[in-house]
Design a protein around this ligand. Structure first.
Ligand code: ZN
Length: 172
């Protein structure tokens, strides 16, 4: 989090986050609209880039925001969440990530979501999927071993496990 990126509070869950982790909405003629580019010169507020918080915003008493505007937010969320690399990079020094299938196996009971490199070896893929299915852990194929490795300053990483339920939900 850089110092040029001051924190704002999500009106739903009250957590403080940097602006790039939040969506802004602003008042226009008595109604709140999604301020996608954060440039509407009007009173505004923030909500997490999180499906849960956006859903709960629809029931917020203080902010009258239409379903259409919330729909735009969800669409923007989907577009952004596809970029797992950015999310993983932002989280790389947290305790929420484990990388490589050896570590994933060791901590399997704490893992909620796994990102698997597209070019993982067939042998490892079969091994990994077997246990993920057994434990009912969601997963997605994304990017390649080199790019996942680069996040952790490793040559190659074949899979990344996410131990935070909240983050895992956001990635789905
Ligand atoms: Zn929130």
């Amino acid at each position: 989090m850089s110092q040029n990126n001051p924190e704002r509070t999500c009106v739903v869950c009250r957590s403080k986050k940097s602006k790039d982790e939040l969506f802004r909405f602003a008042e226009k003629k008595g109604k709140f609209v999604f301020d996608k580019n954060m440039d509407v010169q009007a009173r505004g507020a923030y909500v997490c880039k999180d499906a849960n918080c956006i859903n709960r915003l629809s029931k917020h008493k203080k902010y009258n925001i239409s379903i259409e505007e919330l729909g735009k937010m969800m669409a923007a969320l989907k577009k952004e969440k596809k970029d797992y690399l950015n999310i993983l990079s932002a989280m790389k020094s947290s305790d929420y990530l484990v990388f490589g299938i050896k570590m994933i196996f060791e901590e399997i009971d704490k893992i909620h979501f796994v990102i698997i490199a597209d070019d993982i070896s067939e042998k490892n893929d079969v091994k990994l999927i077997r246990i993920l299915d057994e434990k009912k852990i969601n997963y997605a194929y994304f990017s390649d071993k080199q790019k996942l490795g680069a996040i952790f300053s490793k040559k190659e990483v074949n899979a990344v496990g996410i131990k935070s339920k909240k983050v895992a939900r956001g990635l789905l």
